[in-house]
Structure formats: C-alpha cells, structure tokens
Design a protein around this ligand. Structure first.
Ligand code: KG4
Ligand code: ZN
Length: 355
C-alpha cells in the first residue's frame, strides 16, 4: 500500500510517500520546506505569512516527494492529509492540494489529527509488532501542544491531561527570545545548555494538584523573565519597567540560564509522566512525539524513565520529531486498518478531537 502524506498545519510545508509491505511502514521520501526564516523576525508564526508560503510551496514539495520515492500520483492507494488541529488558513492549503490529487486520480482521502500523528511517529520505520506496544502512554510535546495520553491502540487515544497555559515548545521559544537568542528557540537552547550549569538557577517546576496530569509553564517563564531582566517596578504610566535586559548578561550566564530553564521544563514533563505511569501501571510502552521530543535532555530522561519502569520507549527518529508528513501518512495507515474512511467533503478544523 502506497500512501502520500501532506502536512501544512503550521509553518512547515511537507509531503511524504510511505510504503507498507506486509506490516512494516517504510518511509520512501520525507520532504519538508521550513518557513522558519520567514517568521524569525516576529519570533513566532504569523498565520497569514504561513498560508501564503504554503500556497507557493505545496505543489513543488508534493512533486519532489513523489519523484524522490519514484512513484507517480496514479500509483497511490491513499492520500493522507493533516486536517486538524492547526492554523485554519494553513490547513486549507494542504487540504485543497490533497483533495485535488484524490479527485483527479480517484484515490481515497483520509484526514489525520496532527497530534495523534506525532504520538505514533515512533512506530514509523520500526521493525516490530505494534501489538506489543499497547496499552501505552503518550506524550505530545510541540510548539502548539503539550499533553499526555493513554493509547489502547494507535487509533484509540484518550487525553489524560495537558498544559493549562503555554505549550512546552512555546516556552522554549519565548525563553530564547528573552535571552536574545534566535527562533525557533528549542534547538538553540538545547545546544547552548550543553555549555551551561543546569543547577545554576532553581527555576520552578509546576506540580499543580496532587495527582494532576496537567502541566503549566507560565511560572517558569516568569521566573526566567525576572532572572534575565530583574524585578520590574511600576513606571510613570503604571506599566512595569524592567531594570535591565539580556544584553547585560555574559555568554556563560546565558548558557547557565538556558541549561537551568531546560532542566526545569524537562523535569516538569517527567514529573507528570511519572504520575501517569503510577496511575496506569498496565502500560507497556511510552510513545513520545512533537518538536520537543528532539530535545537531547528530554530524550535522555525518557530513556531513564522507561528503563526504571521496565517499559518500552518509542521515540521518533530525529527526522520525524518536528512537523513532517511521514507521520501523517504513517498514522493514516493505522486509521485505514481501523476502518476509518473519509471523502471529498472532508473539512479542516483549527482544534483537534484531543486539543
Ligand atoms: O512539532 P513541531 O515541529 O510543531 C508544532 O506542532 O508545534 O514543534 C516545534 C517546536 C518549537 O517550539 C521548537 O522550539 C521545539 O519544537 N523544538 C525543540 C527542539 N527542537 C524543536 N524544543 C526543545 N529542544 C529541541 N531540540
Ligand atoms: Zn507538530
């Protein structure tokens, strides 16, 4: 079975061909056109800029994914489109392209939840029986979403808790902006943290209520802001005025703050995963996905946790951590197997079933 995946929910335009022979899904091509440089000056994704860039890139990206996989559009058995959640204008570009190919080649189309696809990205290219993995706990940690799930199968997914304010990737991005680093901030902080002392600052790790599986990153963000810019005083117009900014910090001070921030953000995720593990002792594996799953400290700590609990860890290969279309195609195969079908009336939705 040959699947074309298309992803355009945020700031990457992506297309991928995944072939399944027997039970093993193999990625034949994985093309990603990042728009990061277009949004860098705003330190965040600007929806209208994203939509326009998708319009320019979607056709060449799909063409390249097909040619790298050496397949023609009429060879495809399924068109998979990430149709929720995301920026609605951005989603509609990918959806229109997916429908055009599905209609013109009479190929079935299937809508995929982007977060669900992140959760099962660790099953791509893997030589194993999926049945061994479930029930599983899942962590989706990205720039737009941070939540913990229980999965009975690749398609039966229940949300156990999630962030009540910022997503963890968004916190990384904002921390980098406060420190005068670039965008997106996650990879820059990850890199810089290798040179800093993670215990230099005792940043808060939110616990919330006893047993809660929700997360919060706003306290951590505020603590970092005050560390970088000092305690604010009310200015003449009543607005807070900070005594300094990041330019007064030395390189090693910035590295220490980055390392301490990363430690607190990662430990906040681990704390809730430990709680989830205690509340769900029957799980056999931990599935993790989303851009922050590329973080080196998080990957290290997750491996320790899985080891301690004697459960399997399914972390996506680096190429499938950040937004990509291979995960969309891979997840579509699970949905197809579960009997899910869509048609050309498929709509985009800014929020997903589990957002
Ligand atoms: O999954 P993704 O590509 O897009 C969304 O669905 O949001 O995630 C992007 C997020 C950004 O916030 C980025 O800073 C973060 O993932 N990220 C990282 C790392 N690489 C990307 N965060 C921490 N460490 C990294 N190495
Ligand atoms: Zn994502």
């Amino acid at each position: 079975m040959l699947v074309l995946g298309i992803e355009s929910s945020c700031d990457e335009t992506a297309a991928s061909v995944v072939r399944r022979d027997g039970t093993r899904p193999g990625v034949c091509s994985n093309v990603i056109a990042s728009q990061a440089e277009l949004h860098a000056e705003y330190a965040g994704v600007v929806p209208e800029i994203a939509s326009r860039a998708h319009v320019e890139r979607i056709v060449p990206v799909i063409r390249r994914a097909l040619s790298e996989a050496d397949v023609a559009a009429h060879d495809l058995d399924l068109i998979a489109i990430g149709n929720r959640p995301g920026l609605i204008g951005a989603l509609l570009v990918g959806l229109a392209a997916a429908k055009a190919i599905a209609w013109s080649t009479s190929t079935p189309i299937l809508g995929v939840d982007h977060i669900h696809a992140h959760l099962t990205a660790g099953l791509l290219d893997a030589d194993h029986d999926h049945a061994e993995v479930f029930p599983a706990l899942g962590l989706a940690a990205s720039g737009g979403h941070t939540a913990i799930y229980r999965l009975e199968s690749p398609t039966e997914i229940a949300r156990l808790g999630g962030t009540i304010d910022d997503a963890v990737g968004e916190a990384f991005d904002k921390a980098a902006t406060m420190l005068g680093l670039g965008y997106p901030g996650g990879p820059i902080i990850d890199q810089l943290a290798t040179r800093g002392d993670p215990r230099a600052h005792d940043f808060p790790i939110s616990r919330l209520d006893r047993g809660s599986l929700d997360l919060s990153f706003s306290g951590l963000k505020t603590a970092l802001l005050y560390t970088v810019r000092g305690t604010p005083m009310p200015g003449p117009d009543g607005k807070p005025v900070f005594p300094r900014d990041h330019t007064s910090l030395l390189g090693e001070e910035i590295a220490d703050i980055a390392a301490s921030f990363q430690r607190a953000a990662v430990e906040a995720l681990l704390l809730k995963l430990e709680r989830a593990g205690a509340a769900h002792p029957d799980v056999r594996a931990l599935l993790v996905g989303g851009g922050v799953s590329a973080n080196s400290l998080l990957r290290e700590r997750l491996a320790e946790l899985a080891n301690e609990r004697a459960i399997e860890l399914r972390l996506p290969a680096m190429a499938y951590c950040l937004d990509n279309a291979a995960m969309i195609a891979g997840h579509a195969l699970h949905l197809w197997d579960a009997g899910v079908r869509d048609d050309l009336s498929l709509a985009g939705a800014p929020t997903g079933a589990t957002a």
